[in-house]
Design a protein around this ligand. Structure first.
Ligand code: AP5
Length: 218
């Protein structure tokens, strides 16, 4: 089964994806994480990407679709993918449909994480993530206590790191981009009857339970 975790910046897409990886052994395909991995390479492309990401705008569809197709075409992850942070606009959603058809797959459910925007700035400004497995934590709500809080034992030597786009002005732009370009694709999936609303204002474990409940009923 392939699923999309959908929601604004800071809604908890990465957090919930990491639980589905742990509990259901699914494969997380986060376009944000793939782009941040490219940033570390120091290539010409990485300098352009950093500028776009720090401005809160979207990276071009060509770059993103290319990254996505490389993963979707991998038989090891067939029908077991969590799309985290993708698609981000209508063109990406349509391209995803075509790619999935090409590789004989489909999306079973879109989890729509619903959160009041007032809480997002606090979630994002408190976000830190494990330097080894990238699992997100939060300085205000969810600091890791022991190595088991991460995905593997190697994380005992982790540092907790902050993202360069997690500052107030970039976040405001990311929210505008979400409202203008990303939110409209919910209609695209609603007409297919596969959107499930999730109350993502609840504590992290409750949100996970809501998601697992939907998956178990499918
Ligand atoms: P991306 O990395 O995808 O960022 P985002 O969508 O802005 O989402 P975030 O990662 O900020 O939030 P999240 O929902 O994953 O929240 P998290 O679980 O970390 O994209 C970054 C940039 O890359 C974009 O701006 C764009 O430039 C580019 N990009 C990426 N994909 C692209 C695409 N497809 N096309 C074009 N450009 C693209 O949680 C946040 C914090 O809250 C954490 O600290 C967590 O511990 C805490 N938290 C989570 N849930 C709860 C809860 N229930 N209660 C309390 N705290 C919680």
């Amino acid at each position: 089964m392939n699923v999309i975790i959908f929601g604004p910046p800071g809604a908890g897409k990465g957090t919930q994806s990491s639980f589905l990886v742990e509990k259901n052994k699914m494969f997380q395909l986060s376009t944000g994480d793939l782009l941040r991995a490219e940033l570390k390479s120091g290539s010409n492309l990485s300098r352009q990407l950093k500028e776009i990401m720090d401005s809160g705008k979207l990276v071009s569809d060509d770059i993103i679709n290319n990254l996505i197709e490389k993963k979707i075409s991998d038989p090891k992850v067939k029908d077991n993918i969590i799309f985290d942070g993708f698609p981000r606009n209508l063109d990406q959603a349509k391209s995803l449909d075509l790619m999935l058809k090409k590789y004989e797959q489909k999306i079973s459910v879109v989890f729509n994480l619903k959160v009041d925007y007032s809480i997002l700035i606090k979630r994002i400004s408190g976000r830190v993530s494990c330097s080894i497995c990238q699992k997100p934590f939060n300085e205000f709500f969810d600091l890791p206590i022991d190595p088991q809080d991460c995905s593997n034992d190697k994380c005992a030597k982790r540092e907790l790191i902050k993202r360069s786009d997690d500052n107030e002005s970039t976040v405001a732009n990311r929210l505008k981009t979400y409202d203008n370009q990303t939110l409209p694709i919910l209609d695209f999936y609603s007409t297919k009857g596969i959107v499930k609303d999730i109350d993502a204002m609840k504590p992290i474990s409750n949100v996970t339970d809501q998601i697992l409940g939907v998956i178990n009923d499918l």
